[in-house]
Each structure stands twice: as structure tokens, then as C-alpha cells.
Design a binder for this molecule. Structure first.
Ligand SMILES: Cc1cc2nc3c(=O)[nH]c(=O)nc-3n(C[C@H](O)[C@H](O)[C@H](O)COP(=O)(O)OP(=O)(O)OC[C@H]3O[C@@H](n4cnc5c(N)ncnc54)[C@H](O)[C@@H]3O)c2cc1C
Ligand code: SF4
Length: 324
């Protein structure tokens, strides 16, 4: 591992040096440093900043401090009751030990698990811009079917981010130009011709919190994740959903897909198809199909289309109370 300087942050501005990065739980960053993929000169440890609370917002909803550990957030009574999709997404990720270290901010900003990205000796447009994308003709079984580009077909690995996307969460940021709010749907970038930029954050910007809006539909929500092993594995496809039904018709619905794109994929087309119509499995399948019409799979990942379609129908059917 390259040598680096270690500092403890007392303010967000401590992360402003050109090759400084924030260190939270370290479960992703330190791995990438050991692999030689991340090579910062300065680590700015944010664990002593006062970012460890889950607080109720005056408008309803919750403010989750960026330093809140994934296991604490999953266990929070208010989250389990009002946003079960978030608790389930967190508990589906990693292992108990990792969730005890992993933080809200770090989970959102973890890097892709594309195997070429994680190998410092390989060409990869994400860690060495302009060097090429071996995944397109190589191993892309776990990679994107939506929103990819000739430059990159990486997927975002976070489960929590998929739930936050369905919930219309808003990220609070403090940085060199002051404080700002970013809807989580606008935090992540599609690769286009600059795949090295995962997010819309600028250098030195610290995530301080994530706000969950008061969202009645979220009380009836769930997360379904498909993976190669029963536990301790990243998603090969996942669905976060919330559903409200009145008189047999869908009165509100929120849907997001995971492990299909460089960002958690808000399924707005499917939501529009579903709103106001009957809550049947056939319509859930058709809505997912409509969203997935935009999919452009590669040689080995077309299986994600039926996978996501069936996960969507399964989670919405279970939320509708219809177990046919
Ligand atoms: C074996 C294994 C299995 C895993 N399985 C899953 C899984 O199934 N699902 C899943 O979602 N995740 C999984 N993970 C990933 C794990 O959830 C992440 O490593 C973790 O959430 C990262 O959080 P952290 O606090 O450790 O971040 P760090 O590693 O400390 O940081 C990650 C990145 O975020 C930046 N950062 C951290 N905090 C902030 C902040 N407040 N503001 C701005 N930047 C910040 C850092 O600079 C760094 O770039 C797995 C990890 C491992 C090792
Ligand atoms: S998919 Fe993206 S991260 Fe993976 S090799 Fe291609 S450019 Fe790199």
C-alpha cells in the first residue's frame, strides 16, 4: 500500500487538500488502497464529526447522520416501522461485522465491484480514463443493462442506495462552496463519456446527512435482492418497492432497481404504468416490462431482464397482499 498521511477531521473543510479523501468505516476505501486502486496522499477521518444521530425532522421524516452505522440504522425502530424497505435493504448487504463498521455516507459512495476496476493492473476507463473497457467483451455477467455507455457498463453496488432512491431521499452536503441538498436520484451519474466520475459531488464535499421525507406509502414497502449466495454477496439484481392500494387500484407506488446500472434505477416508467390501475400480478409484470424496454444487455447479462421483471412482480404482489 502507498504511504499516506492520516488526519482527524474537525470540520468538513479538512478534506480539501487535492489528494485527500474522507475515511469513514474504511470497509471499501481501505480495500481499494490495499489493491492499489485508490492512492490518496491524505486520509481525513470523519468519525469524530458529530454525524452519528438519527433525528426526527420537523416536517415529519428522518435525518440520518452520515456517520450512522448500517447496523444501527437497520435496527432503528422508526426506520423499521415507517421505512421497512430501508431496513431490509441494509440487512441484505454484506455481513454483520461489515454493517457494524459501514456508515451511511460511505455506503452511498462505495465504488463499483467491476472486477477490472478492482484490478490496478487492468485497463479500465473508470480508474484510468482513456484506457478502455475490457468488461464489454469480457466478464460483464454482473454489470449494467440500463444506462451503460461504450466507455463503461459498471453497476453501483449499494443496496441502501436503491431503497433511498425509491424513498426520494435527499443528501445533505457541506463543501467548499457551502451547503447544498442533492436528491439521491441526482447524486449518481450515468457513465456517458466520463465514467471516472461516479457522482455529482465535487472534490472536498462531505455528505453530512440523508433526509427521508415523510412518505405514508413507505410504511408498506419491501426490498427483494437476488444474489449468487444466500448471504454475504452483492446483488445481481434487486428491487425496492412501496405500494398503496385504494379500492383495488394503485393509489401510490415507488419502485427502484439495483445492480442494473451505474446508479440505482428509479423505475418511473413502471410507476406511471401502475398508478391508478388494478393491482394485479399481470399489471406488475407488464409495468416492469415497460421499464425494461430500455435495457441494452451484453452477451452474458440478458438474464437480468426476466430476473428484475419477476422480482418486481413478486415484491409488489406480496405488498398487495395478493399471494397468487
Ligand atoms: C465482503 C464485502 C461484502 C459486501 N457486501 C455488500 C452488499 O451486499 N451490499 C452493499 O450495499 N454493500 C456491501 N459491501 C460494501 C459495504 O457496504 C461498504 O464497504 C460500506 O458501506 C462502505 O462504508 P464505509 O463507511 O466503510 O465507507 P469507506 O470505505 O470509509 O468510504 C467509502 C467511500 O466513501 C467516501 N466517504 C465516506 N464517508 C463520506 C462522507 N460522509 N462524505 C463524503 N465521502 C465519504 C470515502 O472517501 C470513500 O471514497 C460489502 C463489502 C465487503 C467488503
Ligand atoms: S465496466 Fe467500467 S469499471 Fe468495469 S472495466 Fe469497464 S470502464 Fe472499468
Amino acid at each position: 500500500m502507498k504511504t499516506f498521511e492520516y488526519r482527524t477531521a474537525t470540520t468538513p473543510a479538512d478534506g480539501l487538500a487535492p489528494n485527500a479523501v474522507f475515511l469513514a468505516g474504511g470497509t471499501n476505501l481501505v480495500d481499494l488502497m490495499k489493491l492499489g486502486v485508490a492512492t490518496p496522499d491524505i486520509l481525513v477521518d470523519v468519525n469524530r464529526l458529530p454525524l452519528h444521530e438519527v433525528a426526527e425532522l420537523p416536517t415529519g421524516g428522518l435525518r440520518i447522520g452520515a456517520g450512522v452505522r448500517n447496523s444501527d440504522l437497520a435496527a432503528d425502530r422508526r426506520v423499521r416501522t415507517a421505512y421497512p424497505v430501508l431496513s431490509q435493504a441494509l440487512l441484505s448487504g454484506a455481513s454483520g461485522q461489515l454493517r457494524n463498521m459501514a456508515t451511511t455516507g460511505g455506503n452511498l459512495l462505495q465504488r463499483t465491484r467491476c472486477r477490472y476496476f478492482m484490478d490496478a493492473g487492468m485497463p479500465c476507463n473508470k480508474h484510468r480514463p482513456g484506457s478502455g473497457c475490457p468488461a464489454r467483451d469480457g466478464d460483464h455477467r454482473n454489470l449494467a443493462i440500463l444506462g451503460g455507455s461504450p466507455a463503461c457498463v459498471a453497476t453501483h453496488p449499494s443496496d441502501m442506495a436503491v431503497a433511498l432512491t425509491a424513498l426520494d431521499a435527499v443528501v445533505q452536503v457541506d463543501g467548499p462552496t457551502g451547503r447544498r441538498e442533492i436528491p439521491v436520484t441526482e447524486l449518481y451519474r450515468l457513465p456517458e463519456d466520463a465514467p471516472e466520475r461516479d457522482t455529482t459531488l465535487e472534490h472536498g464535499e462531505l455528505i453530512t446527512a440523508v433526509d427521508l421525507p415523510a412518505l405514508p406509502v413507505a410504511a408498506r414497502s419491501a426490498y427483494r435482492k437476488a444474489r449468487d449466495r444466500a448471504s454475504f454477496a452483492f446483488a445481481i439484481g434487486s428491487v425496492a418497492a412501496a405500494l398503496a392500494i385504494e379500492d383495488g387500484l394503485v393509489s401510490d407506488v415507488r419502485l427502484a432497481f439495483g445492480a442494473v446500472a451505474a446508479k440505482p434505477w428509479r423505475a418511473s416508467v413502471a410507476e406511471a404504468e401502475l398508478r391508478g390501475g388494478p393491482a394485479t400480478r399481470e399489471r406488475f409484470l407488464a409495468a416492469a416490462e415497460a421499464e425494461l424496454a430500455a435495457a441494452r444487455p451484453l452477451r452474458d447479462n440478458a438474464y437480468k431482464i426476466p430476473l428484475i421483471r419477476n422480482l418486481t412482480a413478486a415484491v409488489l404482489t406480496s405488498l398487495s397482499g395478493d399471494v397468487r
